[in-house]
Design a protein around this ligand. Structure first.
Ligand SMILES: [Zn+2]
Length: 291
């Protein structure tokens, strides 16, 4: 597997790469984030529900996170963050969390990284691929969106990355939700209520210690508010991450899907159908996601 490791600098192999798991009729989902906690924040609740429904879910961080801290960096930080991803994956129950060995804060949509993304989608034999949109504030997020879009057609072209057999069926590509308005606001084609797994999502984020309790509060200027005690800080995370964040558009999408129950939903994740890859109707898409 193409996991991050100190000695696994060479990400390209000459051997023929085969899908990670044999075809068994399970829905296969691969989620890309720029950093080793991005998929967790955008998709952990739905990922857990999909896993419970029998899907095989994999998270991929396109960078190794080696710039995301105020006191540490480089290999030591990348190793720490890799360990955090594995603990998060364990808590979520997802099949795998891969961290690609590209530098944090310096991601570019190069041919080499595009190949890494194509390889990962093919090896997972993905039915559904998720990524950020390419109009995000953070260049790594933006280029992760570009890289996945650039892979959307190429995953079916056999002459590209020939060592990883091309997919015969183009996956469905989806975007995570965001609040950016330009050039177009996010459009929630499917919304998933996640109240039933909300505390589990927080539990997964709690595994991302270097981010949730150190780096992100430092960036936000509220590091001194973070409790030292592990139980107290988890409660703090639950409080600061919770409540009132469902946009009117996502609320409307929830109403369409859940009817009268939608009003009670406090936490949700939502996804927009990309124009690339396999096109499905919104109705078909809704059927693929657990309620
Ligand atoms: Zn990020």
């Amino acid at each position: 597997m193409l996991k991050f490791g100190l000695l696994s600098m060479a990400l390209t192999g000459l051997a023929v790469l085969t899908p990670a798991v044999a075809q068994d009729g399970k829905l296969r989902v691969i989620a890309f984030g720029a950093h080793p906690d991005d998929c967790d924040g955008k998709f952990a609740g739905t990922a857990m529900k999909l896993t419970r429904a029998g899907a095989a879910v994999k998270f991929v961080s396109v960078t190794n996170g080696d710039a995301g801290h105020q006191e540490m960096g480089g290999g030591a930080l990348a190793r720490r963050r890799y360990a955090e991803t594995q603990e998060s994956a364990r808590r979520l129950g997802i099949a795998e969390y891969e961290v690609m060995n590209n530098h944090d804060g310096e991601l570019m949509p190069t041919l080499e990284v595009r190949r890494q993304v194509i390889r990962a989608i093919r090896q997972w034999n993905a039915d559904i691929v998720l990524s950020p949109r390419s109009n995000d504030y953070h260049p790594d997020h933006r280029y992760t969106g570009v890289l996945v879009q650039d892979a959307a057609y190429m995953v079916v072209v056999p002459n590209i990355v020939p060592e990883a057999p091309a997919l015969r069926k183009n996956p469905i590509f989806l975007y995570y939700d965001d609040n950016f308005q330009k050039p177009a606001p996010f459009r929630p084609d499917v919304a998933v209520g996640i109240d039933d797994v909300w505390e589990k999502k927080i539990d997964a984020l709690d595994a991302q210690v270097s981010q949730m309790y150190e780096w992100l509060p430092w960036v936000a200027g509220n590091l001194e508010q973070v409790p030292k005690d592990p139980a107290a800080r988890k409660k703090w995370l639950l409080q600061t991450r919770g409540g009132g964040r469902i946009s009117p558009a996502i609320r409307a999408a929830l109403e369409k899907r859940y009817g009268a129950e939608a009003g009670k939903i406090q936490h949700a994740e939502a996804f927009e159908l990309c124009e690339y890859g396999r096109r499905v109707s919104v109705e078909e898409l809704q059927k693929l996601f657990p309620r």
